[in-house]
Design a protein around this ligand. Sequence first.
Ligand code: HEC
Ligand code: HEC
Ligand code: HEC
Length: 112
Amino acid sequence: MGTMFAQYSNNLSGNSDATYRTDPFHESISSIRKMHPELLKHKRNETLRHGVRTEENSLKECVNCHANINENTGHYIDVNKKGQFCSSCHKKVSISVDCFSCHRPTPTKGGS
Ligand code: HEC
Ligand code: HEC
Ligand code: HEC
């Protein structure tokens, strides 16, 4: 698994909350890179059955923190749009995650 991820560079180059965060959020970059598909699984017991929704396994929170704002319009850009945070790596590995037909690809808060 390690080599699979080694080729990616950090893509926090936009202006999301994550970009400006001064302290690390995830336990480690390598673990979130590896573990996020698992964390996000729909049928993951803890999340859906027992209602445990920590920031680290909530899709809504991923979007809140990782979506960039378009500086010209002041609006959030869909986090799964080409070149944006979620799709940047997925494209290279030909993964398409169809989550955003149901889930919001932009934060619910602010950004106007
Ligand atoms: C509160 C803000 C915040 C939330 C919520 C958040 N992240 Fe992050 N994410 C960060 C920051 C900051 C980094 C940079 C590494 C670090 O500081 O932990 C990062 C790094 C990453 C990376 C590594 C990027 C790279 O280039 O290697 C992945 C993958 C990632 N996040 C996915 C997710 C997913 C998936 C979720 C939701 C399940 C999520 N993040 C939720 C702030 C956040
Ligand atoms: C057909 C519609 C649909 C699709 C497609 C879908 N979801 Fe969901 N998802 C839901 C519904 C409905 C809920 C329950 C809403 C709630 O409880 O907030 C949910 C809840 C979740 C939750 C727990 C709540 C949260 O915000 O964290 C996560 C995590 C999640 N989905 C991840 C995903 C991921 C990752 C994908 C894509 C691989 C995906 N979903 C695709 C409908 C969908
Ligand atoms: C650092 C690169 C990177 C970033 C950034 C990233 N992913 Fe991923 N993601 C991957 C890789 C690589 C896989 C395939 C992992 C595997 O096959 O085990 C994957 C797989 C997934 C899967 C499982 C898809 C499937 O068909 O099994 C989901 C869901 C997912 N990512 C959601 C997200 C979301 C949501 C974001 C943005 C918040 C995100 N990812 C950001 C690299 C990334």
